[in-house]
Design a protein around this ligand. Structure first.
Ligand code: PLP
Length: 447
């Protein structure tokens, strides 16, 4: 097929995620290297969304490519249902080594949503099998505007209404704690303070004493909400309260894990150890679909018993623990160690902050938020009054499409323009990315 044939077929037959196909303008990426992607016509773009927040060390990293090829020369896939392979075992060990202490058990699945489903079901089943059992602990607490994936369980604890409201009749009802991050113009309300949030959580836990299985949250920053950054102390406050009320804590580090916030895991910023840690996106440095749910010996032990006791976790995904993905995951952790990736981040984070502060002065940029190498810029109709654009005008989408013409691929969240490059991006490339972002925002807001 010629590029034109490909584009036509793409538009007419390939149903894209989170995309109105009636408006879809095909862009076909054929190759990549480092922070750059190249389309079928040879045009180059900076990967300003890290290929949907998952690329870590850039595209075509030689060590990752080599690890993938070496594993393919052994076996591409077996199964982890009652069977194993050396690469996956090795990867599990490496994850336990870098995870917060106490998270020693690793359940592999295929994507972030599945890692969340796994944690929710494990937490639920844990209480039925705990000693003593607490069968009334069937509910979950979730944060307002949370995003935990798109499967039905994950949207049950999700709170981005524009994604999930339609499916409410199909999902369970989580208890809600308003987010102390944000706010963005779409929600209008100011965010509660740290003290108000923790007091509200305490009240919620008292009101629902003995019926909550777990609280689930994205630590430090709610990415898909619009890069909502929590006040310092929220995460550790939540950990203290959940522990005091005997509620399990599930941390969704699908977006924040693997260096995105400046440390390997976001929960390290507040020395928090959850009962479940959900990982995906950066787990394989953005190469292959894979996810992991890490948990404690306490949870693991509640599932042990004879066959007749029916304590088994009857849940799994065909490609869970896939050795190709595991091989790349191991190589990615090697790169983190050998190339000093975490140590290299602070000048990059500082450079991004300079640009974000500068872009914050544009006429149609309202609030800006940054956490590590992730930033969100609110586009607003009137800065002084903080008035949002009518959502139908799709200003965020228009800004990102315009940025393409200036050589950067960005992805918006409504009217929030998100900058989330691979961790391997250079300082010069951050400058280019910021310039393209500015050009895109100006094109979409000054016309
Ligand atoms: C992307 C994301 C998910 C869902 O992961 P998928 O691999 O898309 O299923 C869950 N939680 C958070 C915080 C995410 O950013």
């Amino acid at each position: 097929m010629t590029p034109a044939d490909l584009a036509r077929y793409d538009r007419e037959h390939v149903w894209h995620a989170f995309t109105q196909m009636q408006d879809y303008e095909p862009l076909l990426i054929e190759r990549g290297a480092g922070s750059w992607l190249v389309d079928v016509d040879g045009k180059r773009y900076l990967d300003g969304s890290a290929s949907m927040w998952c690329n870590v060390h850039g595209h075509r990293h030689p060590r990752l490519d080599a690890a993938l090829a070496a594993q393919a020369a052994k076996v591409a896939h077996t199964t982890n249902l009652g069977l194993s392979n050396p690469t996956t075992v090795e990867f599990a060990r490496r994850l336990v080594e870098i995870a917060p202490r106490g998270l020693e058990k690793v359940f592999f699945s295929g994507d972030g949503s599945s890692a969340i489903e796994t944690a929710l079901k494990m937490a639920f089943q844990f209480w039925r099998q705990a000693e003593p059992a607490e069968e009334h602990r069937t509910r979950f607490i979730a944060i307002g505007e949370a995003y935990h994936g798109d499967t039905l369980g994950a949207i049950g604890v999700g709170g981005v209404d524009r994604f999930t409201a339609m499916f409410a009749p199909l999902t369970f009802q989580a208890l809600r704690l308003p987010s102390p991050g944000g706010p963005c113009p779409a929600s209008g309300r100011p965010a509660p303070s740290l003290d108000e949030s923790l007091a509200a959580l305490d009240r919620l836990l008292v009101a629902h004493a003995g019926t909550v299985a777990a609280l689930i949250m994205e630590p430090l920053v709610q990415a898909a909400a619009g890069i909502y950054v929590h006040p310092a102390g929220f995460l550790s406050g939540v950990r203290d309260l959940t522990r005091r009320h005997g509620v399990l804590l599930i941390l969704d580090e699908v977006a924040t894990g693997f260096g995105r916030t400046g440390t390997m895991f976001a929960c390290e910023h507040e020395q928090v150890v959850p009962d479940f840690l959900c990982l995906a996106k950066g787990l394989t440095a953005g190469y292959l679909p894979m996810a992991a749910t890490l948990t404690t010996e306490q949870v693991w032990n509640a599932f042990l018993g004879s066959h007749a006791e029916r304590r088994t976790f009857f849940h799994g995904h065909t490609y869970g623990g896939n050795p190709l993905a595991a091989a790349v995951g191991i190589a990615s952790l090697d790169v983190f160690r050998d190339e000093g990736v975490l140590q290299s981040l602070s000048p990059k984070i500082a450079r991004l902050r300079q640009h974000v502060d500068r872009l914050a002065r544009l006429d149609h940029v309202g609030a800006v938020r940054q956490c590590g190498l992730m930033a969100g810029l609110d586009l607003v109709a009137d800065r002084a009054a903080g008035t949002a654009y009518p959502w139908e005008e799709k200003r965020g989408t228009r800004a990102c499409l315009a940025a393409r013409r200036h050589g950067a691929l960005l992805r918006q969240l409504g009217d929030v323009v998100v900058i989330m490059p691979p961790l391997s991006i250079s300082l010069d490339e951050i400058d280019l990315l910021a310039a393209a972002t500015e050009a895109g925002i100006r094109a979409a807001t000054e016309a």
